[in-house]
Design a protein around this ligand. Structure first.
Ligand code: HPA
Length: 233
């Protein structure tokens, strides 16, 4: 038990797949796991542990933003001895080369967030995902016949901006999309000597202003969930 997770230590698997949304965690458990059990509902941050093709796995929501992801990933790595966390989430496209529903693997993430500095006096602006997890995810995608693009993400602390200067982030830092959780996740993994990765699906485009409906997202997002789950096998 931790301040934010009520599961017993042995109720959390070695590998945790983390969507942002608790209801997406429920969807993944109900549609892909067998013998699953709800192991956390503190603050509605649902976590389910069950079996995927013979492997024990936990699906737990991270909530939105670096502070929330920072708390849950730290507690999972540090107090539940979790080794691997794979984020599955949505992102907005900064680049015109990305289309709605494209599936992306985050090789590195750029952020102006103070998370790493406050957490451990670390001023690096890029954080990297695990090469080991990334190669498993790419192999899983290729086995399933799904196309995945490796990219640099912008991990923003702010969703609603009075002026969105995303073109600068694309040009200067090569960020082709934006999301809000990878920086804290990758930083915690590094500090605690664990592994983290993230696969994202493009849900909207800041270039074309296109958006997806929640119904469309429910169906389209299954690709990245299947890639993450099958990477465990
Ligand atoms: N901004 C930040 N995070 C996001 C977005 C966005 O436009 N779309 C999906 N996640």
């Amino acid at each position: 038990m931790t301040p934010h997770i009520s599961a017993k230590k042995d109720e959390i698997a070695n590998t945790v797949i983390m969507p942002g949304d608790p209801l997406r965690a429920k969807f993944i458990a109900e549609n892909y796991l067998s013998d699953y059990k709800l192991v956390n509902e503190v603050r509605g941050m649902l976590a389910y542990t069950g079996d995927f093709k013979g492997k024990k796995v936990t699906i737990m929501a991270s909530g939105m933003g670096n502070p929330s992801m920072g708390i849950y990933s730290y507690e999972l790595f540090k107090f539940y001895d979790v080794e691997n966390i794979i984020r599955v989430g949505s992102c907005g496209a900064y680049s015109s080369k990305l289309k709605l529903f494209d599936v992306l693997l985050v090789e590195k993430t750029y952020s102006e967030s103070t998370y790493a500095n406050v957490q451990s006096n670390n001023s690096e602006i890029y954080k990297y995902s695990s090469k080991t997890l990334n190669s498993k995810l790419l192999k899983s995608a290729s086995n399933l016949g799904h196309d995945v693009k490796s990219i640099t993400a912008h991990c923003s602390d702010v969703f609603y901006k009075e002026k969105n200067k995303f073109k600068i982030l694309l040009q200067k830092y090569n960020c082709s999309c934006v999301e809000m959780e990878t920086f804290a996740l990758f930083h915690n993994a590094k500090v605690l000597d664990k592994k983290a990765a993230a696969i994202l699906t493009v849900s909207d485009s800041l270039v074309t202003k296109e958006e997806t409906t929640s119904k469309e997202r429910e169906v389209a997002f299954t690709k990245m969930m299947e890639i993450a789950l099958n990477s465990l096998i």
